[in-house]
Design a protein around this ligand. Structure first.
Ligand code: AMP
Ligand code: GLY
Length: 438
């Protein structure tokens, strides 16, 4: 069937999915694109709505929709439906699903299990222990010479990790997760790990069950404010490639992290098909895994996909069919820079309903694409804020500096009340402090 036209259903409603939708819509192989979140005006402009509820619990409704519309490829963007097993349920004869099943998605959805897998395969990661009893967790945290990092084992929308500055903050985080149950079931089990230090990079690879194809590197900027200050967020911007990663480091990450992870999954009987994302810290002792995700990063995806020249449908299909070893991925040379424009109040209480001006002018800056993330149309048809991370303003250019300048020129043309964005995405980095014990 390779080379045929294919109807695609895209699940997810953020900036990552808008970027994927645009790449999919550029493929000459696309028949019709259907999107699960047409409230996002970016997605609405590229696809027809999937007019049934999309959930793993009622997966039969999506299955029926796919049957009715001859969908040959389902692309699942976010982690929740993957962790809930949506991929397992809608995969079927004549229908491929890009994204791992629930067993593989456990790498992201169960940090305790992921740690165990890493340990069993000697994959470099922070030393850690897992607890279900709050008293034992508190005692262990107190016994550490430095305040350790506290992580809810389950999915917590990127908020389940606390890097405490003091022992008291560590204890408070444990209380909040395990006693007050702020993250519900996600905090029933807690991973307490050694704090590492160093620059972070994201490495993503396509995995087809056996082979892996490493994508261009990227670098997320997780803190809200310039200079990596303020609270952690889902990501305030990303550049591609990461200036921190050269070919030698990439080969090391592939050899020490990605290949052993896929091998360990196979030993567990798991055929992982989709994106494997390793969040790494570059310590004195080499790259160490902070987390795995079972999907494209957001906003890393926006930066990476903006440079993709190959046909994304071909790549997704090869991932699903197990034929990645015969693929070559072509990238636009140069670099990209995605600046996230967030709503006032983000990350705690973002304000919705604020009209956004200047989108057309921003999108007309050469080399710029404005991806919609948390946006919607109000009753008058105006584009308004509808989420925390509102837009991913992404520039591509022949150099990192050009990509960055273009993204920021476009950001300067966008206006809404209280908009916030970092001014230092992709800025030349200050020398990193590295203080991990190895
Ligand atoms: P995660 O979701 O596990 O990647 O954690 C979110 C953020 O917390 C990471 O991007 C890091 O900035 C930070 N973090 C996680 N684990 C550690 C660690 N062991 N040492 C230092 N910082 C960490
Ligand atoms: N940007 C980090 C993530 O997608 O998890």
């Amino acid at each position: 069937m390779t080379g045929d036209r294919v109807n695609v259903a895209l699940i997810g409603g953020g900036g990552r999915e808008h970027a994927l939708a645009l790449a999919i819509s550029r493929s000459p192989r696309l028949g019709t694109l259907y999107v699960s979140h047409p409230q996002n005006p970016g997605l609405a402009s590229l696809g027809r709505p999937i007019d049934v509820p999309v959930s793993a619990r009622e997966a039969y409704r999506l299955e029926q929709f796919c049957d009715r519309h001859g969908i040959g490829l389902v692309v699942i963007g976010p982690e929740e439906p993957l962790a809930e097993g949506l991929a397992d349920k809608v995969r079927g004869p004549g229908r491929m699903v890009f994204g791992p099943g629930a067993d593989g998605a456990r790498l992201e959805a169960d940090k305790a299990w992921a740690k165990q897998l890493m340990r069993s395969a000697s994959i470099p990661t922070a030393e850690a222990r897992t607890f279900t009893d709050p008293e034992a967790a508190l005692a262990y945290a107190r016994s550490r010479p430095e305040p350790p990092v506290i992580k809810a084992a389950g999915l917590a929308k990127g908020k389940g990790v606390v890097v405490p500055a003091t022992a008291a903050e560590a204890a408070e985080a444990i209380e909040r997760m395990m006693v007050k149950k702020e993250f519900g079931a996600a905090g029933r089990e807690v991973v307490i790990e050694e704090r590492l230090d160093g620059p972070e990079v994201s490495v993503m690879a396509l995995v087809d069950g056996r082979s892996i194809y490493v994508l261009e590197t990227s670098q997320d900027h997780k803190r809200l404010l310039d200079g990596d200050k303020g609270p952690n967020t889902g990501g305030m911007g990303a550049v591609c490639p990461s200036p921190r990663v050269d070919d030698a480091l990439m080969a090391r990450v592939e050899r020490e992290v990605l290949v052993p992870t896929v091998d360990a999954l196979r030993r567990e009987g798991i055929e992982y098909r989709g994106v494997l994302y390793a969040g790494l810290m570059l310590t004195h002792g080499g790259p160490k895994v902070l987390e795995f995700n079972c999907r494209f990063g957001d906003p890393e995806c926006q930066a990476i996909v903006s440079r993709l020249e190959s046909d994304v449908i071909d790549l997704m299909e090869a991932t699903c069919r197990g034929t990645l070893d015969s693929c070559e991925i072509a990238w636009r040379s140069g670099a990209s820079c995605c600046v996230v424009v967030a709503a006032p109040g983000y990350p705690n209480e973002p304000r919705a309903g604020l009209p956004i001006a200047g989108l057309d002018r921003a999108g007309a800056v050469p080399g710029v694409t404005v991806y919609h993330a948390g946006t919607a149309r109000d009753r008058e048809g105006r584009v308004v804020t509808a989420g925390g991370r509102v837009l991913g303003v992404t520039g591509v250019g022949s150099s990192a500096a050009e990509a960055r300048a273009r993204a920021y020129e476009a950001c300067g043309l966008i206006q809404f009340e209280g908009m916030q964005y970092r001014r230092d995405i992709g800025a030349p980095a200050a020398p990193a402090r590295v203080r991990a014990k190895v």
